[in-house]
Design a protein around this ligand. Structure first.
Ligand code: SF4
Length: 578
């Protein structure tokens, strides 16, 4: 299911790690070796995060078990699922990096290209081979493109990172509309009937000067997917601004050249590469037949299980099989819970689990009769934490608790919001469509400005004292070429977030029709959010409320940005050899 790291590259990295431990490599030399391998230093010196790439978010139960074991043996005993379908381990030391990598390789997992100026994990819809609304099963393309691109040196010598997403329908769950390259499955009519293929989007991305992607080609055939990706990569490599980290992302190249110019270069490059690139023909796959006997879900009498089933169990096209979402609060799960789930899946002949863009798990192909058994197991193992859909879908980045670049402790404020889960407004049926995302800084790893309600960590000051705050954004939606970024609404002190959200949701739920869709939520909520924010924009003075000058989860530490580290994300652009 996953590509493998070539032995020569692994040995080269292991040698770098050994030399660093012996003092024969500087901090910078080691950073240049480890960042393209997806290994970043955390806030604490000498403590590392390892990002494991999971193409399309698909992993076997056995792989999940191995990751849980690695977290236990070499990390801090926890797994973190990201919004781009990677798994992160935290708390590694320089001594534990290599054994952890070796343990992952044994089950076909690796971290290469998990960081630095590389082709990052390729993301995809997790339901693309399970439901009728998906136009195309995009997994074969994710698999083939990952294997091709990761073995090519060009993928490690880019001006900056390159993110690719495959969306199987216009819902655009993987956010092709905000990716460097978005492949959007679509039909094309012609006089002989219809053909399947992809619309190609380019130049989306979040962070400094966020942008939605624009259409590069209205339709390409499946045979051209690799050619398209290679041609864009090549233009980016030749013309991208690698000398200026702040202007080096693909979207800045598209903006500075203009779409027409970029497109001309891309088409010329595509034609010049056409005869030289060997792309294995990717057979179009339908929906694979699940293993096991299909069956209906038995009658459920437990009201709590019923609520869970209505929110987390999804019908598949093949009758008698279901996809089940396991909400993972803030993408964090202990190695014990992950290991127990993997073992249960393995013993139940359910050999697959998928990581969703909402940082949850999705278990496909569960026969109906196993649904109550799965619920009981997850409840006993403490994996199911019942929460309203808007909360279980809430995305949160690592934040300043561990991330060097973090300004605010996004996980801690999100934990406070979870405590509000029993409030009545969450039961409003339309609020299931309210996406909420928290990022600890403007890098937006939780993809805040693609959500309906997004928060981005910032620092503000009053009377010479700094306090943690969040910029508030409203109205983002990912819909392929029709995506729109959330607009800034204002700034709120971190300590005012809970009353702001409480008041806003209360007022929104009171006027929102029960059948409102996302567009209606955005229209209705905008003036209410503006009004609520006006009440909570200003922090009180230090003398009356000193806690406002300390972040959530850090009551004993005055807030500061002085301990913020230097970004490692673009390290290693010239030093990795392939
Ligand atoms: S958004 Fe900022 S704080 Fe959060 S993980 Fe990314 S870089 Fe770190």
């Amino acid at each position: 299911m996953n590509d493998i790291l070539p032995a020569a590259d692994r040995l080269r990295f292991e040698e770098e790690a050994r030399l660093y431990q012996e003092g024969a490599r500087t901090e910078e030399e080691f950073r240049n070796a480890r960042v393209p391998m997806g290994i970043y230093e955390q806030r604490e010196h000498g403590v590392y995060m390892m990002r494991i790439r999971i193409p399309g978010g698909r992993m076997t139960a056995f792989q999940l078990m191995a990751v849980a074991n690695a977290a236990d043996l070499y990390g801090n005993g926890a797994l973190h699922f990201t919004t781009r379908q990677d798994v992160q381990l935290h708390g590694l030391t320089v001594k534990s990096i290599v054994p952890a990598l070796r343990a992952l390789l044994k089950v076909g997992l690796h971290t290469r290209g998990g960081g630095g100026n590389t082709v990052r994990n390729i993301t995809a819809c997790t339901m693309c081979d399970l439901t009728g609304y998906a136009i195309l099963n995009v997994y074969p393309f994710v698999r083939s493109l990952t294997q091709k691109l990761l073995l090519e040196p060009e993928s490690y010598r880019l001006p900056r990172k390159l993110k690719i997403a495959f969306s199987a329908c216009a819902r655009d769950c993987p956010e092709g509309g905000f990716s460097d390259i978005g492949f959007m499955a679509r039909w094309r009519d012609h006089r002989f009937g219809e053909t399947l293929g992809f619309q190609v989007l380019v130049g989306g991305g979040l962070g400094a000067r966020s942008a939605a992607a624009v259409e590069l080609e209205p339709f390409v055939s499946p045979d051209e997917v690799y050619l398209v990706a290679a041609a864009i990569r090549s233009v980016y490599q030749q013309r991208g601004n690698s000398g200026d980290k702040n202007n080096s992302r693909l979207r800045f190249l598209v903006q500075s050249l203009g779409l027409d110019s970029f497109k001309r270069m891309y088409l010329a490059e595509k034609e010049s590469l056409r005869d030289f690139l060997a792309w294995p023909i990717v057979p179009l796959e339908g929906r694979p037949q699940p293993v096991g006997d299909p069956s209906d879900i038995p009658a459920i009498r437990d009201p709590e299980m019923n609520t869970w089933a209505s929110e987390c169990v999804h019908e598949q096209t093949i009758a008698g099989f279901f996809a089940v979402t396991s909400p993972v609060s803030m993408g964090d799960i202990t190695s014990a819970s992950a290991g127990a789930l993997a073992e249960w899946l393995w013993n139940s002949d359910l050999n697959e689990v998928r990581l969703t863009q909402q940082q949850n798990l999705l278990i496909p192909n569960v026969p109906g009769k196993r649904i109550p058994i799965l619920y009981d197991f997850q409840k006993t193992a403490g994996i199911v934490r019942p929460a309203p859909p808007a909360l279980s879908g809430m995305c949160v980045c690592a934040g300043a608790g561990t991330c060097q670049l973090g300004i605010c402790r996004s996980k801690d404020v999100a934990a406070e919001i979870y405590k509000m889960k029993d409030n009545a407004y969450w039961r409003h049926p339309a609020l299931r469509f309210l996406s909420i995302r928290f990022s600890g800084c403007m890098n937006q790893c939780a993809r805040s400005t693609t959500a309906v309600l997004g928060f981005v960590g910032a620092a503000r000051s009053l009377d010479g004292r700094s306090y943690p705050a969040y910029q508030v954004f409203w109205g983002g939606q990912s819909r392929g070429a029709h995506s729109s970024l959330a607009a800034p609404v204002g700034t709120v002190p971190a300590r005012w977030i809970t009353p702001l959200l409480d008041g806003f949701l209360d007022r929104l739920a009171a006027v929102l029709p029960r059948d409102a869709d996302v567009a209606r939520i955005i229209r209705t909520g905008r003036p209410i959010l503006h009004a609520c924010l006006a009440e909570f924009q200003q922090a009180p003075g230090y003398d009356t409320a000193p806690l406002f000058y300390r972040d959530w989860g850090a009551d004993d530490q005055p807030f500061t940005t002085e301990d913020r580290g230097k970004g490692e994300c673009s390290a290693g652009e010239t030093s990795i050899a392939c």
